[in-house]
Design a protein around this ligand. Structure first.
Ligand SMILES: Cc1cc2nc3c(=O)[nH]c(=O)nc-3n(C[C@H](O)[C@H](O)[C@H](O)COP(=O)(O)OP(=O)(O)OC[C@H]3O[C@@H](n4cnc5c(N)ncnc54)[C@H](O)[C@@H]3O)c2cc1C
Length: 479
């Protein structure tokens, strides 16, 4: 049923906003609710294009008064539960970024992307812990943990957070750090945006200007041998190296280098950050130099600003579904399953099946909330399919279900908050991203800080008062 909003409350909101507000039928509504993931169709009762904390505050207060839920979107890369019938706060105009070289810290607005921060930080010889693409939002990524190519050395982005300004479910703007609202602060750093709308975030930066990184692309027919060598090679890598191995069905588009265009390949990729980049990087590649000619070798020293080149994620909006599992190891049986799923002759419709290496700082028991279920997984597997037609969407979803089933014997059963997406943000999957202790504490915190589940269009943690708050039976409140 479509919820409609109108009357004096809406007029008062619009009159007081710095930004704009749109209801269904308004020009601007469609653009304001559109997500990067074109499969995320959201039908909010109201979209507020916020231009500051006061706009966020006003939107949250209106939602409370009208008995509606609240969703927040910066880029729409991570819509897990569409904001249907609620108030959607679009933060994409709040992209301010400030870097303090004296404290090696950054403060960013709710809508800033990593791409907004990277050049500012680079000016001072510093870098934040971005993921595979700088087009993802800093705040949304960090709320779900956040790890990328510096992960094994510096850990999750959430662990580097120093402070946040947050609009709470009570409709107040508060500061959260280790001393003020410390409970909220703990829940923000991995709790997937369940406890409030962050209007600005401060976090540590690191002295990284260049890295050694790239890809070695091989024909998919060599997948078995590549996986075998990779699994041995990766075991001994130092923490300064974060690596991955990925099956790719490269689209036949002009943006892609000619040797890869339209081909199925398997790629070994890594990023090294440390001393003597060129020399040590070449040394790390040693075992691969005797493996045979790759289709393409893109390794070299690169500025941190060019790091998107390692993962080559799509930049423009696409329809996509994904599924992720945490793999215990790359044993012979696991490797065989992966080749069956994505190797030559598999007819996989997926764009990508990637195994990202964990370990190092990502696997040490953190002082804080862990967004990966504290599992003993060695790899985070992520399968992604692009969907340009309803038939493709069906085929991709069916294949992802097959991937989930086939991977089961090799997986820990845990999930990773940021990789729980539109394709399966069920209460069970969200719960599986946390240890039992963390989950209990999160549900209790949600019950105290957001008992009405105002912030429900997300990877949702039900409040302790909710029926089935153990996450086992409760229906996703957003659907
Ligand atoms: C192409 C691609 C590459 C990715 N690579 C990585 C990667 O390398 N590592 C990794 O860890 N993740 C990765 N992700 C996952 C991504 O980090 C999550 O989907 C993240 O939630 C996206 O945040 P966003 O703000 O860009 O997206 P949005 O869809 O705008 O937001 C997603 C969610 O973040 C929360 N959120 C956003 N803004 C706020 C706010 N102001 N206050 C509170 N909560 C908020 C909300 O719960 C919201 O529903 C990737 C995703 C894609 C699509």
């Amino acid at each position: 049923m479509e919820t409609t909003l109108g009357g004096s409350a809406l007029e008062a909101l619009k009159g007081g906003l710095k930004g704009d507000a749109y209801t269904p039928g308004d020009g601007g509504y469609d653009e304001a609710r559109a997500a990067w993931n074109l499969n995320a169709h959201q039908h909010p009762a109201l979209v507020v294009m916020a231009e500051g904390a006061s706009d966020v505050l006003a939107a949250v207060r209106l939602a409370r008064d009208e008995g509606l839920g609240v969703g927040v979107m910066a880029t729409g890369h991570g819509v897990a539960a569409p904001c249907d019938g609620g108030v959607l706060i679009n933060t994409s105009r709040m992209r301010g970024v400030r870097v303090d070289p004296d404290t090696s810290a950054a403060r960013v607005g709710a809508g800033a992307k990593w791409a907004d921060l990277v050049p500012e930080a680079a000016t001072h010889g510093l870098a934040g812990l971005q993921g595979s693409t700088s087009h993802v939002g800093v705040v949304g990524y960090t709320m779900g943990g956040g790890f990328g190519w510096l992960g094994r050395k510096y850990g999750f982005a959430a662990d580097s957070v120093k402070e946040a300004d947050v609009v709470t479910a009570e409709g107040e703007l508060v500061k959260a750090n280790a001393h003020e609202n410390a409970d909220l602060f703990w829940g923000l750093k991995g709790g997937g945006g369940n406890f409030g709308i962050v209007t600005s975030l401060e976090f540590a930066l690191y002295p990284v200007t260049h890295v050694f990184g790239g890809n070695l692309f091989y024909p998919v027919e060599r997948a078995e041998e590549v996986l075998e060598l990779y699994s041995r090679w990766a075991e001994d890598l130092p923490e300064e190296v974060t690596s991955a191995v990925a099956f790719l069905n490269v689209p036949p588009i002009p943006d892609v280098p000619e040797p890869l265009r339209g081909r199925s390949v398997i790629t070994v990729r890594f990023c090294y950050t440390g001393e003597d980049l060129a020399e040590k990087g070449e040394e790390l590649l040693g075992p691969w130099r005797g493996f045979g000619e790759p289709i393409m070798d893109t390794f070299g020293v690169m500025p941190y600003e060019a790091m998107d080149m390692i993962s080559m994620d799509p930049v423009d909006p696409i329809g996509a579904y994904g599924h992720s599992e945490m793999l215990r190891e790359l044993s012979r049986e696991t490797r065989r399953t992966l080749v069956d799923l994505a190797g030559s002759g598999s007819d996989t419709p997926l764009l990508l099946l990637e195994m990202r290496q964990l370990g190092g700082a990502l696997s040490r028991p953190p002082a804080d909330l862990n967004p990966m279920g504290r599992s003993d997984a060695a790899y985070a597997m992520n399968g992604i399919g692009a969907t340009f037609t309803p038939e493709m969407a069906q085929a991709v979803q069916a294949y992802l279900a097959h991937v989930a089933e086939a991977a089961k014997p090799h997986a820990t059963g845990a999930t990773y908050v940021n990789f729980v997406d539109l394709n399966g943000a069920s209460p069970e999957r969200v719960k599986a991203a946390y240890s039992a202790d963390d989950w209990e504490r999160l549900v209790e915190l949600k019950g105290r800080r957001d008992p009405g589940n105002l912030f429900r269009y997300n990877r949702n943690i039900p409040p302790s008062s909710a029926e089935g708050a153990d996450g086992a039976q409760s229906a996703n409140p957003a659907t």
